[in-house]
Design a protein around this ligand. Sequence first.
Ligand code: UT7
Length: 321
Amino acid sequence: MYSRIIGTGSYLPSRIVDNHELERMVDTSDEWIRTRTGIVQRHIAAEGEFTSDLAEAAARRAIDAAGIDPNEIDLIVVATTTPDLVFPSTATLVQHRLGIRGCPAFDIQAVCAGFMYALDIVDKYIRTGAAHNVLVIGAETFSRIIDWTDRNTCVLFGDGAGAMVIRADEEHGILSSHIHADGAYKELLWVPVGVSNGGAELEAGRAFTRMKGNEVFRWAVNAMSDIALDALKHNNMSVDEVDWVVPHQANVRIIHAIGKRLGVSPDKLVITVCDHGNTSAASVPLAFDVAVRDGRFKPGDVILLEGFGGGFTWGSVLLRY
Ligand code: UT7
């Protein structure tokens, strides 16, 4: 059994913040942001708009595209670092809004690699026959853990959600998935405040992302290049057999560096970071949905997905669409 994507959807909050708006908030420039990251704009959730709202909207679009009844879904997995609540999980909030009862629903947290982790888990459920129609969502309101006075991070991130409906299928689907983590690097990319150690910082609303950008950059390029080669080797495939690469959307320079290392021509790279910024766990399913809807992906295409995030965590999924 393969895990086949039968419908995708995405959602972006309506408010767009362009680089010029950021120029008025911190010491930065449109030129710096464009040349160092490729980012032109990002979407930011409205006050009172939460991760579950973004997730639900993306899920409804994916369910519509799949043409199934929500009650056919027998597993819901949400990858997020910015859940609405400590508990219950965002997955159960979305489940309830969709009018689904009883099926398992849970969140997973692997920051920007979260969607790779979610697909890896879902694929194992499907291959063992434990699930048949799965709703997988990557959703974030990352703007809520950004210090809007810190130019090192605030220009990079955005909010959004992407979703897939995945069905057990005898022919096409996920060929392999590989996920990894190494907790030795936590201080290169983290929010040094949490629930258990939160205290005054949490109460003061200072749970913000901190990053040593250039070190993360190097790691991201190396890890995502290596893992792509691992995926190809595992499937006995050459890079020429890959039709599309959908990498984590953090920085256009990271994406092009990976493409160069792999020897993938730039027109096979799906790039949305310019319009969305880095939406963490939502970035890959969002980019995937964009390419589905603009007609780039054709049935049978071989597509490589990749993620890299805090932890560090990283992973890849190779699939036949
Ligand atoms: O999603 C998880 C994965 N995240 C990532 O993959 C992000 C990885 N990192 C990056 O994308 C890049 O490292 C950044 C975009 C964050 C930074 O680009 P960089 O080319 O690595 O620049 P840098 O950090 O080496 O900084 C160069 C200069 C510094 O000034 P000095 O020390 O040379 O005077 C920074 O202070 O750029 C300065 N700088 C800025 N200048 C204007 C940093 N941020 C800004 C800014 N506007 N927003």
